[in-house]
Design a protein around this ligand. Structure first.
Ligand SMILES: [Zn+2]
Length: 352
Protein backbone atom coordinates (compact mmCIF):
# COMPACT_ATOMS: atom_id res chain seq x y z
CA UNK A 1 0.00 0.00 0.00
CA UNK A 2 1.64 3.25 1.18
CA UNK A 3 2.49 5.85 -1.42
CA UNK A 4 1.16 4.08 -4.46
CA UNK A 5 -2.23 3.12 -3.05
CA UNK A 6 -5.38 4.42 -4.68
CA UNK A 7 -7.67 7.08 -3.27
CA UNK A 8 -10.24 4.34 -2.63
CA UNK A 9 -7.78 2.38 -0.52
CA UNK A 10 -6.65 5.43 1.42
CA UNK A 11 -10.26 6.42 2.11
CA UNK A 12 -11.06 2.92 3.33
CA UNK A 13 -8.06 2.87 5.68
CA UNK A 14 -8.84 6.32 7.10
CA UNK A 15 -12.53 5.50 7.52
CA UNK A 16 -11.74 2.17 9.19
CA UNK A 17 -9.46 3.92 11.69
CA UNK A 18 -12.08 6.61 12.40
CA UNK A 19 -14.76 3.97 12.94
CA UNK A 20 -12.53 2.07 15.37
CA UNK A 21 -11.76 5.20 17.33
CA UNK A 22 -15.12 7.00 17.43
CA UNK A 23 -17.79 4.49 16.45
CA UNK A 24 -18.66 6.66 13.45
CA UNK A 25 -17.02 8.13 10.38
CA UNK A 26 -17.13 11.84 9.53
CA UNK A 27 -15.97 12.96 6.06
CA UNK A 28 -13.94 15.83 7.56
CA UNK A 29 -12.12 13.38 9.82
CA UNK A 30 -11.34 11.17 6.81
CA UNK A 31 -9.78 14.13 5.00
CA UNK A 32 -7.60 14.85 8.04
CA UNK A 33 -6.53 11.22 8.32
CA UNK A 34 -5.67 11.11 4.62
CA UNK A 35 -3.35 14.06 5.17
CA UNK A 36 -5.42 16.33 2.90
CA UNK A 37 -6.54 18.63 5.69
CA UNK A 38 -4.27 20.03 8.41
CA UNK A 39 -5.91 19.91 11.86
CA UNK A 40 -5.09 23.60 12.38
CA UNK A 41 -6.93 24.49 9.17
CA UNK A 42 -9.90 22.40 10.26
CA UNK A 43 -9.85 24.38 13.54
CA UNK A 44 -9.76 27.69 11.66
CA UNK A 45 -12.73 26.56 9.61
CA UNK A 46 -14.63 25.55 12.74
CA UNK A 47 -13.84 28.92 14.28
CA UNK A 48 -15.53 30.56 11.31
CA UNK A 49 -12.29 32.02 9.94
CA UNK A 50 -12.47 30.32 6.56
CA UNK A 51 -15.39 30.71 4.15
CA UNK A 52 -15.57 27.02 3.30
CA UNK A 53 -13.62 23.87 4.09
CA UNK A 54 -12.48 23.23 0.51
CA UNK A 55 -10.44 26.45 0.64
CA UNK A 56 -8.07 24.76 3.06
CA UNK A 57 -8.23 21.17 1.79
CA UNK A 58 -4.92 20.36 0.13
CA UNK A 59 -6.31 18.37 -2.79
CA UNK A 60 -8.02 19.39 -5.99
CA UNK A 61 -11.83 19.33 -6.27
CA UNK A 62 -11.71 16.26 -8.55
CA UNK A 63 -9.74 14.24 -6.01
CA UNK A 64 -11.97 15.36 -3.17
CA UNK A 65 -15.16 14.32 -4.93
CA UNK A 66 -13.57 10.98 -5.85
CA UNK A 67 -12.78 10.50 -2.16
CA UNK A 68 -16.30 11.47 -1.09
CA UNK A 69 -17.83 8.98 -3.50
CA UNK A 70 -15.40 6.30 -2.34
CA UNK A 71 -16.34 6.98 1.29
CA UNK A 72 -20.05 6.60 0.59
CA UNK A 73 -19.51 3.37 -1.32
CA UNK A 74 -17.31 1.97 1.44
CA UNK A 75 -19.77 3.01 4.17
CA UNK A 76 -22.74 1.39 2.41
CA UNK A 77 -20.78 -1.82 1.81
CA UNK A 78 -19.89 -1.89 5.52
CA UNK A 79 -23.56 -1.46 6.37
CA UNK A 80 -23.03 1.84 8.21
CA UNK A 81 -26.02 4.06 8.93
CA UNK A 82 -26.00 7.58 7.49
CA UNK A 83 -27.02 10.39 9.82
CA UNK A 84 -27.02 14.06 8.92
CA UNK A 85 -25.27 16.23 11.46
CA UNK A 86 -25.38 19.99 11.92
CA UNK A 87 -22.01 21.70 11.81
CA UNK A 88 -22.03 25.11 13.46
CA UNK A 89 -19.26 27.67 13.60
CA UNK A 90 -17.75 28.69 16.94
CA UNK A 91 -18.83 32.25 16.21
CA UNK A 92 -21.41 34.33 18.02
CA UNK A 93 -24.05 33.78 15.35
CA UNK A 94 -23.38 29.99 15.40
CA UNK A 95 -23.87 29.97 11.67
CA UNK A 96 -23.89 26.72 9.73
CA UNK A 97 -20.43 25.85 8.39
CA UNK A 98 -20.00 25.64 4.65
CA UNK A 99 -17.99 22.72 3.29
CA UNK A 100 -17.77 23.06 -0.46
CA UNK A 101 -16.67 26.04 -2.52
CA UNK A 102 -19.87 25.87 -4.57
CA UNK A 103 -22.19 25.22 -1.63
CA UNK A 104 -24.51 22.94 -3.63
CA UNK A 105 -27.08 21.34 -1.32
CA UNK A 106 -26.32 17.75 -2.36
CA UNK A 107 -22.58 18.19 -1.85
CA UNK A 108 -23.08 19.91 1.49
CA UNK A 109 -25.29 17.01 2.59
CA UNK A 110 -22.55 14.49 1.69
CA UNK A 111 -20.07 16.37 3.87
CA UNK A 112 -22.60 16.68 6.72
CA UNK A 113 -23.41 12.98 6.76
CA UNK A 114 -21.76 10.91 9.46
CA UNK A 115 -21.70 7.13 9.15
CA UNK A 116 -22.50 5.17 12.28
CA UNK A 117 -21.59 1.54 13.05
CA UNK A 118 -24.50 -0.88 12.44
CA UNK A 119 -23.81 -2.45 15.84
CA UNK A 120 -24.48 0.86 17.65
CA UNK A 121 -27.54 0.70 19.90
CA UNK A 122 -30.37 3.20 19.57
CA UNK A 123 -29.06 5.04 22.61
CA UNK A 124 -25.50 5.18 21.26
CA UNK A 125 -26.77 6.44 17.92
CA UNK A 126 -28.81 9.15 19.64
CA UNK A 127 -25.79 10.15 21.71
CA UNK A 128 -23.51 10.37 18.66
CA UNK A 129 -26.11 12.42 16.81
CA UNK A 130 -26.58 14.71 19.79
CA UNK A 131 -22.82 15.20 20.13
CA UNK A 132 -22.47 15.92 16.43
CA UNK A 133 -25.25 18.51 16.51
CA UNK A 134 -24.09 20.31 19.63
CA UNK A 135 -23.19 23.95 19.05
CA UNK A 136 -19.45 24.39 19.42
CA UNK A 137 -17.98 26.62 22.07
CA UNK A 138 -17.60 30.26 21.28
CA UNK A 139 -13.85 30.59 20.80
CA UNK A 140 -11.66 33.51 21.87
CA UNK A 141 -8.01 33.50 20.87
CA UNK A 142 -5.03 34.49 22.98
CA UNK A 143 -2.83 35.78 20.12
CA UNK A 144 0.87 35.07 19.71
CA UNK A 145 1.61 38.24 17.77
CA UNK A 146 0.66 41.92 17.90
CA UNK A 147 -2.69 42.54 16.32
CA UNK A 148 -5.16 45.31 15.59
CA UNK A 149 -8.92 45.26 16.11
CA UNK A 150 -10.68 45.42 12.75
CA UNK A 151 -13.46 47.58 14.22
CA UNK A 152 -11.77 50.14 16.50
CA UNK A 153 -8.07 49.89 15.67
CA UNK A 154 -7.27 48.98 19.27
CA UNK A 155 -5.72 45.78 20.58
CA UNK A 156 -5.81 43.57 23.68
CA UNK A 157 -4.85 40.27 25.30
CA UNK A 158 -7.67 38.39 23.65
CA UNK A 159 -9.48 38.54 20.34
CA UNK A 160 -12.52 37.08 18.66
CA UNK A 161 -12.28 36.16 15.00
CA UNK A 162 -15.35 37.25 13.10
CA UNK A 163 -15.51 36.79 9.35
CA UNK A 164 -11.76 36.27 9.45
CA UNK A 165 -11.18 39.66 11.06
CA UNK A 166 -9.98 40.03 14.66
CA UNK A 167 -12.17 41.96 17.09
CA UNK A 168 -11.16 43.18 20.52
CA UNK A 169 -13.42 42.04 23.38
CA UNK A 170 -14.97 45.50 23.67
CA UNK A 171 -16.06 45.48 20.03
CA UNK A 172 -17.12 41.82 20.39
CA UNK A 173 -19.29 42.73 23.42
CA UNK A 174 -17.44 40.21 25.56
CA UNK A 175 -15.47 42.63 27.73
CA UNK A 176 -17.79 42.18 30.73
CA UNK A 177 -16.67 38.55 31.04
CA UNK A 178 -14.00 37.36 33.46
CA UNK A 179 -11.16 34.99 32.59
CA UNK A 180 -11.05 31.75 34.55
CA UNK A 181 -7.81 29.85 33.84
CA UNK A 182 -8.03 26.10 33.14
CA UNK A 183 -7.14 23.72 35.95
CA UNK A 184 -10.20 23.33 38.15
CA UNK A 185 -12.63 21.19 36.19
CA UNK A 186 -15.50 21.38 38.68
CA UNK A 187 -15.24 25.13 39.03
CA UNK A 188 -15.07 25.59 35.26
CA UNK A 189 -18.08 23.36 34.64
CA UNK A 190 -20.19 25.13 37.24
CA UNK A 191 -19.17 28.61 36.17
CA UNK A 192 -20.02 27.85 32.54
CA UNK A 193 -23.36 26.36 33.47
CA UNK A 194 -24.25 29.40 35.57
CA UNK A 195 -23.11 31.85 32.92
CA UNK A 196 -25.60 32.98 30.30
CA UNK A 197 -22.67 33.76 28.04
CA UNK A 198 -19.30 32.05 28.00
CA UNK A 199 -16.37 31.42 25.66
CA UNK A 200 -13.40 29.11 25.54
CA UNK A 201 -9.99 30.79 25.40
CA UNK A 202 -7.42 29.04 23.20
CA UNK A 203 -3.82 29.72 22.27
CA UNK A 204 -1.92 28.26 19.38
CA UNK A 205 0.95 25.97 20.35
CA UNK A 206 3.76 26.24 17.80
CA UNK A 207 5.40 23.05 19.00
CA UNK A 208 2.23 20.97 18.85
CA UNK A 209 0.75 22.80 15.86
CA UNK A 210 -2.69 23.04 17.37
CA UNK A 211 -4.88 25.25 19.56
CA UNK A 212 -4.84 24.50 23.25
CA UNK A 213 -7.38 25.55 25.90
CA UNK A 214 -6.22 28.20 28.30
CA UNK A 215 -9.44 28.66 30.23
CA UNK A 216 -12.89 30.17 29.82
CA UNK A 217 -14.53 33.57 29.88
CA UNK A 218 -17.62 33.66 32.10
CA UNK A 219 -19.84 36.20 33.78
CA UNK A 220 -18.34 37.43 37.04
CA UNK A 221 -21.61 36.62 38.81
CA UNK A 222 -21.45 33.02 37.55
CA UNK A 223 -17.85 32.65 38.71
CA UNK A 224 -18.70 33.93 42.19
CA UNK A 225 -21.64 31.52 42.32
CA UNK A 226 -19.53 28.59 41.14
CA UNK A 227 -16.81 29.35 43.67
CA UNK A 228 -19.40 29.53 46.42
CA UNK A 229 -20.92 26.20 45.42
CA UNK A 230 -17.52 24.49 45.20
CA UNK A 231 -16.69 25.84 48.63
CA UNK A 232 -20.12 24.84 49.88
CA UNK A 233 -19.39 21.25 48.88
CA UNK A 234 -16.64 21.03 51.44
CA UNK A 235 -18.67 22.86 54.04
CA UNK A 236 -21.77 20.85 53.20
CA UNK A 237 -19.99 17.61 54.04
CA UNK A 238 -19.17 18.97 57.48
CA UNK A 239 -22.69 20.30 57.98
CA UNK A 240 -24.20 16.98 56.94
CA UNK A 241 -22.12 15.18 59.57
CA UNK A 242 -23.40 17.65 62.18
CA UNK A 243 -26.96 17.23 61.01
CA UNK A 244 -26.72 13.45 61.08
CA UNK A 245 -25.47 13.55 64.63
CA UNK A 246 -28.19 16.00 65.54
CA UNK A 247 -30.83 13.86 63.91
CA UNK A 248 -29.70 10.80 65.79
CA UNK A 249 -29.89 12.69 69.05
CA UNK A 250 -33.31 14.07 68.15
CA UNK A 251 -34.62 10.78 66.83
CA UNK A 252 -34.40 9.00 70.13
CA UNK A 253 -35.89 11.85 72.03
CA UNK A 254 -39.39 11.28 73.30
CA UNK A 255 -40.35 14.71 72.12
CA UNK A 256 -39.70 13.84 68.45
CA UNK A 257 -41.69 10.63 68.75
CA UNK A 258 -44.61 12.39 70.36
CA UNK A 259 -44.47 15.11 67.79
CA UNK A 260 -44.46 12.65 64.90
CA UNK A 261 -47.51 10.98 66.39
CA UNK A 262 -49.22 14.36 66.68
CA UNK A 263 -48.39 15.18 63.03
CA UNK A 264 -50.00 11.88 62.02
CA UNK A 265 -53.05 12.54 64.16
CA UNK A 266 -53.63 15.96 62.61
CA UNK A 267 -52.56 14.90 59.10
CA UNK A 268 -53.43 11.23 58.66
CA UNK A 269 -52.47 11.39 54.98
CA UNK A 270 -48.91 12.51 55.76
CA UNK A 271 -46.54 9.59 55.09
CA UNK A 272 -45.05 8.18 58.30
CA UNK A 273 -41.44 8.80 57.28
CA UNK A 274 -42.29 12.37 56.37
CA UNK A 275 -44.00 12.94 59.72
CA UNK A 276 -40.90 11.55 61.45
CA UNK A 277 -38.64 13.83 59.39
CA UNK A 278 -40.72 16.90 60.23
CA UNK A 279 -40.72 15.98 63.91
CA UNK A 280 -36.97 15.32 63.99
CA UNK A 281 -36.27 18.51 62.10
CA UNK A 282 -38.35 20.68 64.37
CA UNK A 283 -37.43 18.95 67.60
CA UNK A 284 -33.72 19.08 66.83
CA UNK A 285 -31.73 20.00 69.86
CA UNK A 286 -30.25 23.45 70.02
CA UNK A 287 -32.28 24.81 67.13
CA UNK A 288 -34.59 27.77 67.49
CA UNK A 289 -37.31 25.94 65.59
CA UNK A 290 -40.83 25.78 66.88
CA UNK A 291 -40.42 22.19 68.06
CA UNK A 292 -38.16 23.49 70.80
CA UNK A 293 -40.47 26.25 71.97
CA UNK A 294 -42.70 25.84 74.99
CA UNK A 295 -45.73 25.44 72.73
CA UNK A 296 -43.95 22.82 70.66
CA UNK A 297 -42.97 20.89 73.74
CA UNK A 298 -46.61 20.91 74.85
CA UNK A 299 -47.46 19.70 71.35
CA UNK A 300 -49.71 22.64 70.76
CA UNK A 301 -51.72 21.86 67.63
CA UNK A 302 -50.96 25.18 66.05
CA UNK A 303 -47.22 24.78 66.58
CA UNK A 304 -47.29 21.32 64.98
CA UNK A 305 -49.23 22.71 62.06
CA UNK A 306 -46.71 25.51 61.60
CA UNK A 307 -43.91 22.93 61.46
CA UNK A 308 -45.79 20.95 58.82
CA UNK A 309 -46.55 24.09 56.79
CA UNK A 310 -42.87 25.09 56.84
CA UNK A 311 -41.84 21.64 55.66
CA UNK A 312 -44.39 21.58 52.84
CA UNK A 313 -43.44 25.09 51.75
CA UNK A 314 -39.76 24.19 51.35
CA UNK A 315 -40.13 20.70 49.99
CA UNK A 316 -43.33 20.64 47.97
CA UNK A 317 -43.47 24.11 46.39
CA UNK A 318 -41.28 26.56 44.43
CA UNK A 319 -40.75 28.64 47.54
CA UNK A 320 -36.97 28.25 47.71
CA UNK A 321 -36.63 28.94 44.01
CA UNK A 322 -38.70 32.10 44.40
CA UNK A 323 -36.45 33.27 47.21
CA UNK A 324 -33.46 32.41 45.04
CA UNK A 325 -34.95 34.56 42.31
CA UNK A 326 -34.95 37.48 44.74
CA UNK A 327 -38.66 37.58 45.60
CA UNK A 328 -39.41 39.09 49.03
CA UNK A 329 -40.37 36.41 51.52
CA UNK A 330 -43.96 37.65 52.03
CA UNK A 331 -44.61 37.68 48.34
CA UNK A 332 -43.05 34.25 47.86
CA UNK A 333 -45.24 32.85 50.64
CA UNK A 334 -48.36 34.38 49.09
CA UNK A 335 -47.49 32.81 45.75
CA UNK A 336 -47.14 29.28 47.15
CA UNK A 337 -50.04 29.49 49.62
CA UNK A 338 -52.52 27.64 47.40
CA UNK A 339 -50.01 24.87 46.71
CA UNK A 340 -49.30 24.47 50.43
CA UNK A 341 -53.03 24.36 51.25
CA UNK A 342 -53.59 21.71 48.60
CA UNK A 343 -50.99 19.42 50.17
CA UNK A 344 -52.31 20.04 53.68
CA UNK A 345 -55.93 19.38 52.62
CA UNK A 346 -54.82 16.17 50.98
CA UNK A 347 -52.93 15.07 54.10
CA UNK A 348 -55.87 15.97 56.34
CA UNK A 349 -58.46 14.06 54.38
CA UNK A 350 -56.71 11.11 52.77
CA UNK A 351 -55.57 8.51 55.28
CA UNK A 352 -52.69 6.32 54.24
ZN1 LIG B 1 -12.17 46.94 18.99
Amino acid sequence: MGRGSSIEERVARAAEAALQEHGYVAPVDVLVRMGWLQPVHRDHWRQGRVRDLEQVVEAGPGKVSTAMRALQRWAREEGLQPTETDHLAGTRDRRGLQFSAGGAAAVEREYRTHWIAPTASGAERARLRERGNRAPDLVVVSPLRDWTCAACGGTGHLLLMEDDAPLCLVCADLDHLTFLPAGDAALTRRARRASRLSAVVVRFSRSRQRYERQGVLVEERALVEAEASCLADEEARGRRRDRDAERRRAADSRLAEQMAAEVRRLFPGCPAERAAAIAEHTAARGSGRIGRTAAGRRLDEHAVELAVVASVRHRDTDYDALLMAGLPRDEARARVRAAVDAVLDHWRTVPR
